[in-house]
Ligand binder design. Sequence first.
Ligand code: AMP
Ligand code: MG
Length: 415
Amino acid sequence: MIGVDEALERILAAFSPLPAENVPILDALGLVLSEDVAADNDIPPFPNSAMDGYAVRADDTNGASSDEPAGLRVTGYARAGSPSDERVTGGTAIRIMTGAPIPNGADAVVRFEDTDESTRGRAFAADLVARVLVCRSVRPGENVRPTGEDIRRGDIPLRAGTRLRSPEIGLLAAINRATVSVQRRPRVAILSTGDEVADVEAELRPGQIRDSNGYLLAARVRLLGGEPMLLGIGRDAIDDLMARLDAIRGADLIVTSGGVSLGDYDVVKDALRSRGEVAIWQVRMRPGKPLAFGQVGGTPLLGLPGNPVAAAVSFEQFGRPAILRMLGRRDLAIPTVEATVAERIENRGGRRHYVRVVVAGNAREGYSAQLAGPQGAGVLTSLVRANGLLVVPEHLEVAEPGAKLPVQMIDWDGV
Ligand code: AMP
Ligand code: MG
């Protein structure tokens, strides 16, 4: 038997970041930037109003209050996308909408709420009021968003290594980048195995079950930023498996499920062994234990156990970090919180036990973890219910209620 950490270390040694390519920014969601991105313009590119109101000279509002308002003559109108070409001079104001360029001569904006407009009711562009009463003084620059407030020309708002979430995609658009260089998506070939396994909608023969692993793994690969290739279901026959593996083209990783245990028909391991480049390990973990890892035709192969939860949990520990490394991610660890165990959990046999739990709480008040249901390796519904995997260490035979243990938050991978 080997430990989980040792297995992970050996697996990760086979992966490095994939080459970069240019993609449209929306296709880069969730991927990792492979270039420093510089801004060749100021954002915003011109000073503009942060409020709906009147562009003024701040000096003209000195000492203004509701009792002694400052009266200004309104000479024009500025709205977003349509600058006013009037100039604000002493005693005048220009009606201005949020986002409109600040007119020449003005250095501040008075909000409608601080004028007599709030009591008088709204005027519209069509019937521009001739005079406005300002009921509060403004400082120079007040309610004005200056040029370059967000980003200055020449700044590097995004560095290589950044994972692109929706705010980063928006920022790229803001600085006029249509495409961006990212580590390309890993292509992950997924092969389910087992004579008893049938695809969704295929007719079931007696004793057959549906392939859930293929779809679960493909969905996970896609969410992480990889490109899954579903290869269907291999028979429990060495020839069939070898032929399917040999036919795989263009994959950066092959993931199989099933056939690596000790049963009479667990022939995936024999097929893989016959190549001499794949090792079969017994990993000190539960669920899961048998695991295959090596190379087939120069492509890394990860062989997961067949039980759906064992496959899913093993994939989280070994497949996820391999994919993240290919994507150029640096932090490969699963986001983990410490939670208080609500129930007694047994852990005999010296294996690291990943327990499906529902985590509630928050960082400030602490987290608690409750069993998400029966923990059999084939019970997918308790994985459906769970948002975390509580990790009971190898040496701990019983976790008593109240014990604090780490929980891997398996649904914190979104973007
Ligand atoms: P194995 O590791 O091949 O012995 O399979 C262990 C258990 O997982 C058996 O009960 C299989 O029927 C089940 N199993 C294997 N592959 C799949 C799959 N793709 N989808 C759902 N269950 C599976
Ligand atoms: Mg099988």
